[in-house]
Design a protein around this ligand. Structure first.
Ligand code: PLP
Ligand code: ZN
Length: 448
């Protein structure tokens, strides 16, 4: 075993490197860290990845994360050695990322006005704990085990805690989850309890829960598995790898994600930067990030809607004072993020710098949509036979909005990521009880 991996500050004018045998996630200069590798992977791996889809009983080929293990081999194992894979790689029996790939969904395509054959959605809700978080968690818990930690810790709007608790139970680790009291979907909270996690309820919002969990992880000894953790980001790159593989490594014109803590779009950006640098893709898709109107920090800052100043990556010279002014303005005016899409009810996105880098690299766009648009989006996805949660409904909603503005063209190839499965059925039921909703089909009494 020989790992050529390091952690490296994302700030180009700093670039300090750290060994991976610790759980430091932030550079002394304040920026977050990337996992970097000293070898460029061989392009022949594209064929290997394809062949592994016939997994013949090997769970590390079955897993949609570890199928690409050469592209996130921070452990430094011999990737063809099953014994080494079993010893080090954390997997829920090959199930993470297994059933997610782009699917064509004609009714959603019609609704958002994109040509049906060019339109795909990738249901990450079909992961074992029901959200895309499992892609990253498999990698983060693999790193936690490398460090021989006893306990993992996270703050969560729900799905992170479900995923962390699931892997912790399967790996015999303790798991503390900090959640904003009353602000997470019952299906997600139920999972945390069922998987044996210690739930810690915080009076405050997600941002408060995150700061508390980070402090307590240091004080009480625990390994943080929020998306600040660069190994989470490595695992989530595989969402992009599965998109590309399905499209024969011909990049789409657009990739679309909801934006919460912005970990997912950070991993999208890192995956695209790597694939482009290695020459595996020749073109860079544009990334669209969709905020909820009630939790639109990224949208407002990037589009210059606060203090008339546009926040951008700017070669790493980010206007951090603008971010701080906005957070102070939120705090002083007691503005707490508010949307029924609790998965993205976040006011202080922890990965904002990496997300700016993604927007810069991909010529990306940040949009914002109303709650009702997300509910309509969620409903129309259902009519294609896939269930997703409200936050994922932001994806069709955002695409529709950019189509109306003619920023996305009707014949462009668009792939949206449906981040999670429905875990608050009351949202779907209430939507359909109200017949004024666009896709509502209210129940009726029997005829005789
Ligand atoms: C966590 C989550 C998000 C937000 O992802 P970030 O990486 O925090 O931006 C969106 N949708 C669902 C269903 C989630 O669980
Ligand atoms: Zn630094």
């Amino acid at each position: 075993m020989r790992s050529g991996a390091k952690k490296k500050c994302i700030n180009p004018s700093c670039g300090i490197e750290y060994s991976i045998d610790n759980d430091i996630y932030r550079c002394s200069c304040g920026f977050l860290l990337d996992v970097v590798y000293d070898e460029i992977p061989n392009k022949n791996l594209i064929e290997t990845f394809y062949q592994r889809r016939n997994y013949m009983g090997n769970i590390f080929n079955e897993s949609g994360v570890w199928r690409y293990r050469e592209l996130l081999n921070f452990v430094g194992i011999d990737t063809e050695d099953i014994h080494e894979c079993s010893k080090f790689l954390v997997s829920l029996d090959g199930s993470e990322g297994r059933s997610s790939r782009p699917y064509q969904m004609s009714k959603v395509a019609n609704y958002v006005d994109i040509q049906s054959e060019n339109f795909y959605l990738q249901p990450e809700g079909y992961n074992p704990s029901g959200s895309f978080k499992d892609n990253g968690m498999a990698a983060a818990v693999t790193h936690a085990k490398l460090l021989s930690v006893k306990k993992i810790v996270c703050a969560s709007t729900g799905n992170t805690s479900a995923s962390a608790a699931m892997y912790a139970s399967n790996e015999d680790l303790e798991c503390d989850v900090y959640i904003p009291r009353g602000e997470i979907a019952p299906g997600k909270l139920g999972q945390a309890f069922q998987f044996g996690a210690q739930v810690i309820e915080v009076d405050g919002n997600f941002d408060d829960a995150l700061s508390l969990s980070l402090i307590n992880a240091t004080k009480e000894g625990g390994y943080t598995v929020n998306s600040l953790n660069p190994f989470r980001i490595e695992g989530q790159k595989t969402i992009v790898f599965r998109i590309m593989e399905h499209l024969n490594w011909n990049p789409p014109d657009w990739i679309v994600y909801p934006g919460g803590a912005l970990g997912n779009i950070s991993s999208c950006g890192k995956a695209l930067m790597e694939l482009y640098k290695w020459g595996w893709i020749k073109r860079i898709p544009r990334v669209l990030v969709v905020n909820a109107n009630g939790a639109d920090t990224f949208y407002r800052l990037v589009n210059g809607l606060f203090d008339n100043s546009k926040l951008s990556w700017n070669g790493g010279k980010i206007d951090t004072q603008l971010i701080e002014r906005f957070y102070r303005y939120q705090d002083i005016n007691k503005i707490s993020p508010k949307t029924l899409a609790t998965a993205i009810q976040i006011g202080k996105p922890a990965n904002i710098a990496k997300a700016l880098r993604t927007i810069d690299f991909t010529n990306g766009i940040v949009e914002s949509v109303d709650d009702i648009d997300m509910l309509d989006g969620m409903a129309v996805v259902g009519l294609n036979g896939f269930d997703c949660e409200m936050a994922s409904g932001s994806v069709p909603a955002g695409i529709k909005k950019l189509r109306k503005k003619e920023i996305i063209k009707k014949d462009e190839v668009v792939v949206g990521v449906l981040t999670g499965r429905q875990k608050d059925p009351s949202l779907a039921i209430n939507y359909h009880l109200n017949k004024s909703n666009m896709f509502a089909k209210p129940p009726r009494d029997h005829l005789t």
